[in-house]
Design a protein around this ligand. Structure first.
Ligand code: KE4
Length: 427
């Protein structure tokens, strides 16, 4: 047995599925999860001492590369001053000011410890500020595991959602409506019928939880206009796209101003920091100022904030995003060329430092098209790459992530490994 297999067997005795987050269990791709011992730059190593080029980067946070010396130093210095105080610190002010400066739609921001917590709190605030209950989300988008977000589309257009998870009461799901991503006509139809009941529309403006699927500009513009017209709030969930597709996130690429934004991942640099923020007139409803309660023991944790601030400093260096975008595009173009040479139906897409690969002849533009990607071919490709030391997201329906440490040598090595992997695929 490999050390990974031994560790996985042992882990399953004390933790459900042997993991602390389901996607890590490799259930979508099969096989044994790799237990990581350490990471550096674009790579990490498993319990058998094998090196991998890492394309998940902790699902986004490791944008400057693993164990970046400036980030490690900031964490060490902060930790030496104490790990957590349960009292305000200057570092939290500096991070809040930095977020408000980088994302102009955010006038005030509250720090929390996970994307789930940030999205859940933002939705509660939207309901408290509008006095309305109904929330609209879109199929394929993921906003963390709060009860009201674990909902799938109802049977008919105007029927309310049904839980996707056991343990979520029907009553919780009925205030969530699930519509089609990139379908502005349907959204318009729903708003015409019940727009004045909608507290908020929450969307991943560049979706990454059904694989990479960018919103069309028309979709986001319709959303913005309808929310403004009917007094609903537009929430951009930029936990994944924030500081990833561009410094200012997807909202800076599309030029659309949401009422609130949910952030996470990159702003913690790998430690637990997430945030929600937006118009000051909305944020004033939050405790201790207003009646919408929200709290957290480790919110704004000084060591996590230190990691985040060090990361935000690095990503603001001149040329950071130009380079990240160039390297990500180089990866996608190289993989596509190798797939074509092998006669495999494959295509790829990229937005900034985020990418999607699809075993399909054209880039999907909605959830239905995404679901027709060849999952079996992806799984074969995933393992052929993993065996040769390239670690992709362990699911055909997740996005991939490039870091500043993915230089030309790393990208070229990945592409040459992919050439062999494509050749192995059964057509
Ligand atoms: P967390 O609670 O996992 O910090 O954030 C939830 C979340 C919210 N919104 C978006 C757009 C997200 O992508 C996420 C989390 N993303 C997943 C990746 N598919 C995290 C990986 C995992 O669940 O282990």
């Amino acid at each position: 047995m490999s050390n990974n297999e031994t560790l996985f067997a042992r882990a399953q005795r004390s933790t459900p599925g042997g993991v602390n987050s389901p996607v890590r269990a490799f259930r979508s791709v099969g096989g044994t999860p790799r237990f990581i011992t350490h990471a550096d730059g674009a790579s990490f190593w498993d319990a058998d001492g094998k090196r991998y080029i890492d394309y998940i980067g902790s699902w986004g946070p490791a944008i400057v590369g693993h164990a970046h010396p400036d980030v490690v130093k900031a964490v060490q210095e902060a930790a030496a001053r104490g790990l957590s105080f349960g009292a305000p610190t200057e570092g939290e002010i500096l991070m809040a000011e930095e977020i408000c400066r980088i994302v102009p739609s955010i006038e005030q921001v509250r720090l929390v410890s996970s994307g789930t917590e940030a999205a859940m709190s933002a939705l509660r605030l939207a309901r408290g500020a509008t006095g309305r209950d109904l929330v609209i989300k879109f199929e394929g988008c993921y906003h963390g595991h709060a009860d009201s977000m674990l909902v799938k589309a109802g049977s008919g257009l105007l029927t309310f959602g049904n839980p996707t998870s056991s343990g979520v009461p029907e009553d919780f799901a009925k205030h969530t409506m699930v519509l089609d991503y990139n379908n502005p006509t349907q959204l318009d139809e729903v708003f015409k019928k019940m727009g004045n009941q909608v507290a908020a529309v929450i969307v991943e403006p560049v979706a990454g939880n059904m694989n990479l699927l960018p919103a069309t500009p028309e979709f986001l513009k319709a959303m913005r206009d309808l929310c403004s017209q009917y007094g609903a709030l537009l929430l951009f969930d930029e936990v994944m796209s924030g500081f990833r597709v561009a410094l200012g996130g997807a909202q800076s690429l599309y030029g659309i101003q949401p009422d609130m934004t949910v952030l996470g991942k990159v702003i913690g640099g790998g430690l637990p920091v997430a945030a929600f923020g937006g118009r000051a007139d909305l944020m004033k409803h939050l405790a201790p100022l207003g009646p919408v309660y929200q709290a957290g023991t480790l919110s704004g944790n000084p060591v996590a904030v230190a990691a985040g601030m060090a990361t935000l400093k690095i990503i603001q260096k001149p040329g950071f995003y130009e380079n990240l975008t160039k390297q990500t595009r180089k990866l996608i173009d190289g993989l596509s060329a190798q797939a074509a040479a092998s006669g495999i139906a494959f295509c790829g897409n990229a937005v900034g430092g985020m990418f999607g690969i699809y075993f399909k002849d054209k880039i999907p533009t909605n959830y239905t098209e995404m679901m027709t990607c060849n999952k079996d071919l992806f799984n074969q490709f995933f393992h052929a790459m993993l065996d040769e030391g390239v670690y992709l997201a362990p699911s055909a329906f997740e996005a991939g992530f490039v870091s500043a440490a993915h230089d030309d040598a790393v990208i070229e090595q990945t592409i040459s490994i992919a050439k062999k992997a494509f050749a192995k695929l059964s057509k």
